[in-house]
Design a protein around this ligand. Structure first.
Ligand SMILES: NC(=O)c1ccc[n+]([C@@H]2O[C@H](COP(=O)([O-])OP(=O)(O)OC[C@H]3O[C@@H](n4cnc5c(N)ncnc54)[C@H](OP(=O)(O)O)[C@@H]3O)[C@@H](O)[C@H]2O)c1
Length: 260
């Protein structure tokens, strides 16, 4: 389908960090920020994928650099933000996209360490990345943070697990709480909550293991999966000053899977 890419003039010369930038929604977010003139610092683990995202972003003529970072490793996060600040001097926008489900697992099979791993990847990393950018944003009197949660944080499902579902729900409340705490400093915090997004082969394989996806899509108002760029358009809108009066919001991007 046609990849409509939003235009947000306020992004020109802003500095943005995108985690999970090696593929899927993170890569689309990085590309859209770059196409609007933002400079970028990218993080995820796989160097080759990061380098491909960098190549795409540099195609828009912006400064884009990356560092391979495991966002479940607090020290690695600290080092990456130190490198980012040394290079760019500030961070105006943080898009916390890295995350993911470990797939279907019943509560009977799930161990304490399974739960901790999902927590570290999907919620703790968001807290740690925010901690790195907030002092600078507070000092400069502004900034925008967008976190990525999930439809499955608001509805029960059959293809994932209780840890992923509850921790993604936690991201939405994290965004709401932080938005209130940081409003006085001009810092906005929002979430986007994607539904079924055909973002990468990994995701499609995960779905097909457990569900008849045609049946799933037929139950949506828009009877198809979403694209990574459709989610990126929402992330980047919330990151940009074009959404300056929106904070503590959770924006569903799910083709009408749930409406409330
Ligand atoms: N696709 C969907 O249907 C859907 C629905 C709801 C929510 N989401 C959320 O959307 C976000 C992006 O997912 P996606 O759909 O774009 O899938 P994806 O293509 O698998 O992207 C996940 C990204 O996170 C990175 N990542 C994973 N573990 C990491 C770690 N420990 N440290 C650093 N980076 C890590 C991956 O790169 P490396 O493996 O190279 O590190 C990759 O760039 C996730 O938070 C996911 O939970 C997706």
């Amino acid at each position: 389908m046609n990849q409509t890419m939003g235009v947000f003039p306020s992004l020109k010369d802003k500095v943005a960090v995108v985690t999970g930038a090696g593929s899927g929604i993170g890569r689309a977010t990085a590309e859209l920020l770059a196409s609007n003139g933002a400079s970028l610092f990218l993080m995820s683990r796989d160097e080759e994928k990061l380098s491909e995202t960098q190549r795409i972003c540099e195609g828009y003529g912006v400064d884009c650099t990356y560092r391979s970072t495991d966002v479940t490793d607090a020290e690695a996060i600290r080092q990456s933000f130190a490198e980012c600040l040394e290079h760019f001097g500030r961070v105006d926008i943080l898009c916390n996209v890295a995350g993911g489900s470990t797939g279907r697992k019943s509560v009977f099979e799930m161990t304490e360490s399974d739960f901790d791993a999902v927590y570290e990847l999907n919620l703790k990393n968001v807290f740690l990345c925010c901690k790195e950018v907030l002092p600078g944003m507070k000092e400069r009197g502004g900034g925008s943070i967008v976190n990525v949660s999930s439809l499955i944080g608001r509805a029960a499902g059959d293809n994932t697990n209780v840890a992923y579902s509850s921790l993604k729900a936690g991201i939405d409340q994290f965004s709401r709480y932080l938005s209130r705490e940081l409003g006085d400093f001009g810092i906005r915090v929002n979430s986007v909550s994607p539904g079924y997004i055909e973002a990468s082969q990994r995701i499609t394989d995960l779905w097909n293991q457990t569900q008849d996806m045609d049946r799933v899509f037929n139950r949506l108002s828009i009877k198809r999966p979403g694209t990574a760029m459709e989610v990126a358009n929402a992330i980047v809108f919330l990151a940009a000053e074009e959404s300056s009066y929106i904070t503590g919001e959770v924006l569903d991007i799910n083709g009408g899977a749930i409406m409330a």
